[in-house]
Ligand binder design. Structure first.
Ligand code: HEM
Length: 447
């Protein structure tokens, strides 16, 4: 029996582009849910700056797309991030060059390496969380951003002392400017040091000078092979022909990991606070588990936070040639958005999807193509294991040291921050001190 394949894109909302763009930017989930109710798990939207975008929210179609040939679907070459992060950035390249760079970057992110980074991140989290105000409400995402920035600078960049402090000063404004500029290609022109793009390039040049120093220090370090930071492993990595990565490649991959891993992890932590303060039963069970030294329920909670609040709502792929999916032959030049936001709320895949229930992942790993906060296939987030470890350590340190006050305030809204969706009020919470019993030993162990 032959099935008919339709040439073109599937139908979708007929609202004017401006309204669809507004829907995607301000009320993305209700906008997409409405479209799904009408058109099913594959439909098209029309978005300013992106054009026609085909949304997929069905695990079989998602699998088919994530596992498609890298020459048919690109993720990097059309990305606006390529100009921001550099020509070698893993997020801006495709095909053979992408696979080569990805292979060179992978070793530090293997599971067994995570133990080394754990105590480093624990100490960073302790230093920050022990300064939280007691009894006064505050937004947590800023403090989580400080933790995740320092974690990447130490564990990935291998920075310390002067280099660490200079990068902590320079990188937040650089990423802020990059996020703004990525949305406006028309102003990406160097019209001198006062123009937005000129300022951005000059800031990047300062960052690059520091990164070159770090790379040269590592190349000269007699103890390089003993080091565990990602930069040290990149300096030692060799291509198939035996040549090392260039400074420009290492610099671009470092800033890429910062851009991809810093705010995503911080906002996921902010959402964890938002979810936990609205679900006191889960919070109580988590705190009890921490006191007993367990972690299975925390692992499940992290996965459930990422299901309900995926901070990156789409993984994107661009058709380089016609691509068949879901009964359509999409033409060349179409953007496909694999939607975590919709897939994670499909009642066929997750019973009562609006309920925050870590039990659904307790001692049970999520399905590869139904749970996609880290994307999938050969572009799946390279830092997923690192991110899970970091989320785990920071939540543990937090639960050991402070008690979160539950709230009956409405759920925080979703706010788009350029890279990631963050809780609208910044993961606001009031905390109280917990007994000192649990406070001391881990700090001493990490030190
Ligand atoms: C909760 C935290 C994080 C989330 C939700 C997240 C999510 C994602 C997503 C959705 C993608 C695109 C995958 C695709 O297109 O299929 C991605 C790619 C990537 N992520 Fe993450 N990420 C996180 C943390 C990190 C961290 C900590 C690092 C590094 C230290 C990192 C480095 C990268 C890199 C380099 C890529 C590009 C991979 C490629 O194109 O081959 N991410 N991430």
């Amino acid at each position: 029996m032959s099935t008919t394949i339709i040439d073109g894109v599937p139908p979708g909302p007929s609202l004017p582009m401006a309204l669809q763009t507004l829907g995607m930017m301000t009320r993305q989930r209700p906008f997409l849910e409405r479209a799904r109710r009408r058109y099913g798990n594959m439909f098209s939207v029309n978005i300013h700056g992106l054009g026609k975008m085909v949304i997929l929210a069905d695990p079989a179609l998602i699998k088919h797309t994530f596992t498609a040939d890298a020459k048919t679907l690109h993720a990097g070459s059309q990305s606006p991030l390529r100009r921001i992060l550099g020509n070698h950035s893993l997020l801006g390249i495709d095909e053979e060059y992408h696979l080569e760079q990805r292979k060179l970057l992978l070793p530090p992110f293997k599971g067994q390496r995570m133990k080394v980074y754990e105590s480093m991140i624990e100490q960073i989290a302790v230093d920050e969380i022990e300064r939280w105000p007691i009894g006064t409400p505050f937004a947590t995402t800023q403090t989580f951003q400080r933790i995740t920035l320092r974690a990447i600078l130490q564990a990935v960049f291998g920075a310390s002392g002067r280099h660490l402090h200079e990068l902590e000063e320079l990188l937040p404004p650089w990423t802020d400017q990059g996020q703004q500029l990525s949305r406006f290609p028309q102003i990406q022109k160097d019209l001198g040091p006062w123009s937005p793009w000129g300022r951005f390039l000059r800031l990047r040049a300062k960052v690059d000078r520091i990164l070159d120093e770090l790379i040269e220090d590592a190349r000269r370090d007699p103890e390089l092979t003993e080091r565990s930071d990602v930069l040290a492993l990149m300096v030692q990595a060799r291509r198939v022909d035996g040549s090392p990565m260039t400074n420009a490649e290492i610099r671009d991959q470092l800033v890429t990991m910062l851009a991809a891993g810093h705010e995503t992890t911080a906002h996921t932590l902010g959402w964890a606070v938002e979810r936990l303060t609205r679900n006191p039963d889960v919070l109580a069970r988590l705190s009890a588990e921490v006191d007993e030294g367990g972690k299975a329920y925390r692992d499940a909670t992290i996965r459930e936070v990422q299901r309900m609040r995926p901070v990156v709502s789409f993984a994107g792929r661009h058709t380089q040639k016609p691509f068949e999916v879901g009964g359509y032959r999409l033409p060349k030049g179409v953007l496909i958005g694999l939607s975590a936001g919709l897939t994670h709320y499909d009642p066929q895949l997750f019973e009562q999807p609006d309920r925050f229930d870590p039990g659904r992942f307790y001692d049970k790993l999520p399905e590869t193509y139904s749970w996609i906060p880290f994307g999938g296939g050969i572009r799946r987030c390279i830092g997923a294991t690192f991110a899970h470890m970091e989320l785990d350590v920071v939540l543990r340190v937090m639960l050991e040291r402070v008690a979160l006050e539950p709230t009956d305030a409405p759920d925080e809204s979703w706010r788009f921050k350029g890279v990631a969706w963050s809780p609208g009020a910044g993961g606001r919470v009031t905390v109280h001190a917990r007994s000192a019993r649990t406070r001391v030993p881990e700090v001493a162990a990490a030190a």
